[in-house]
Ligand binder design. Structure first.
Ligand code: ADP
Length: 398
């Protein structure tokens, strides 16, 4: 089945047209600067050249119209007719407690996604704009919502309730939701395939380490604990996000720096993390480069990050009562042998032992453990688009 996967941000839109049989994209691309001067669509047919299409793209409907035009373009398109696109899968960031799995979109679902806007004010509105645009431009084509939060809805209350009055959970829905669910779900399924064991029998710790990072404890294919929380700010220190802090620090910074709640929220999301600690960059490649040249703060940022990851792996091993495998995925997890080594180097108590030669490999699905390591360490490139397409397929097939 040909499925169009759409990931709408406030000013950008990523897409892939995927065939669920070959599991490969026939085309993919990105619209940038929606609603701004200089908007552009970059489209690439599999095996083809990059096409750069500039146009005035004032909203998401125009963006999607351009994408559909590119997909049927006689020169660089990949389908003859839009009828060949059988379904659309939309990434939706926040499904609150309403959605524990992907769903076929109807008016009621759109209303429920709208009700979650309060929980994800930056993300859900563009996701809804993308859904509305596809509804207009592709009437009758089934649309499916795939939520970042859905995979974590299996967490038990002891994992998702904060130490706040219970009324705040009831009134304002303040609880841990968790994010990156599509990625954690995908890599856990691939881990079972790679290990040749049923997912139902496995205790996995999945480390999605990218610009945004989160770790999830997965028991028998179900998320039982995850490091991101009410928002994606909680958990590990990230590219620009602080991660876990003593909550008293927030009001202290507000007083000292005379910041409003909005500005302190921006500060914690955009100016902290490895960027803030290193003072070099939010990009781990730059930080690893600076650390190699002897930059103390860059090395410190890497050490704090590795320490954070180890701490979470240890606590999730406790939650799971052991682990069969630890998975590394996303930009840093897939590519940085030094980061994997510095995290895994200290987990021998779990039965982790990585083979330095195998660890040199990057961006490939591989078990990097020594032969008799009790707890396996897997590198699995994530593929959220494919997971969205497969979920969409399952929902549409019903
Ligand atoms: P996101 O999807 O959260 O934006 P990615 O999963 O693409 O992020 O990961 C981006 C991060 O991965 C960046 O910090 C980048 O530096 C890091 N990264 C990518 N390739 C490498 C590499 N070869 N070595 C170290 N870090 C890398």
């Amino acid at each position: 089945m040909n499925i169009l996967v759409i990931n709408c941000g406030s000013s950008s839109l990523k897409y892939q047209l995927l065939d669920t049989e070959t599991k490969q994209p026939s085309a993919k691309g990105l619209v940038e600067r929606i609603g701004m001067p200089g908007s552009v669509l970059t489209h690439r047919k599999a095996g083809g050249e990059k096409e750069i299409i500039t146009a005035e793209i004032t909203n998401h409907t125009i963006a999607i119209k351009l994408v559909l035009d590119a997909l049927v373009n006689p020169e660089y398109g990949v389908v003859k007719d839009l009828k060949e696109i059988e379904a659309v899968g939309h990434r939706v960031v926040h499904g609150g407690e309403k959605f524990a799995q992907s769903v076929l979109i109807d008016d009621e679902v759109i209303k429920a996604i709208e009700e979650c806007v309060e929980l994800a004010p930056l993300h859900n509105p563009p996701n809804i704009a993308g859904i509305e645009a596809c509804k207009d431009l592709m009437p009758g084509v089934p649309q499916v919502a795939v939520f970042d939060t859905a995979f974590h809805q299996t967490m038990p209350p002891e994992a998702f309730i904060y130490g706040l009055p219970y009324e705040l959970y009831e009134q304002y829905k303040i609880r841990k939701y968790g994010f990156h669910g599509t990625s954690h779900k995908y890599v856990s399924q691939r881990a079972a395939a790679l290990l040749g064991r049923p997912l139902e029998d496995l205790k996995l710790i999945s480390c999605h380490l990218g610009n945004g990072s989160s770790i999830t404890a997965i028991d028998g294919g179900k998320s039982v604990e995850t490091s991101m929380g009410f928002t994606p700010l909680e958990g590990l220190m990230m590219g620009t996000r602080s991660g876990d802090l003593d909550p008293a620090i927030v009001s202290y910074i507000m007083q000292k720096e005379d910041l409003t709640s909005k500005r302190v929220n921006d500060f914690l999301n955009k100016k902290c993390g490895v960027l803030g600690v290193s003072g070099v960059s939010s990009d781990f490649r730059d930080i690893e480069g600076a650390a190699e040249e002897g930059n103390y703060r860059a090395q410190l940022a890497l050490n704090v990050f590795a320490h954070d990851v180890k701490k979470y792996i240890g606590s999730y091993a406790a939650v799971l009562n052991g682990a069969d495998a630890i998975i590394f995925t996303a930009g840093l997890g897939e590519n940085s042998a030094t980061m994997r080594e510095s995290i895994a180097g200290n987990l021998s108590y779990l039965g982790v032992e990585i083979d330095p030669e195998k660890n040199k490999i990057r961006g490939q699905e591989i078990d990097i453990s020594t032969e008799d390591a009790r707890c396996r360490v897997l590198v699995i490139p994530t593929n959220e688009e494919l997971m969205i397409a497969m979920d969409t397929y399952e929902v549409v097939k019903g």
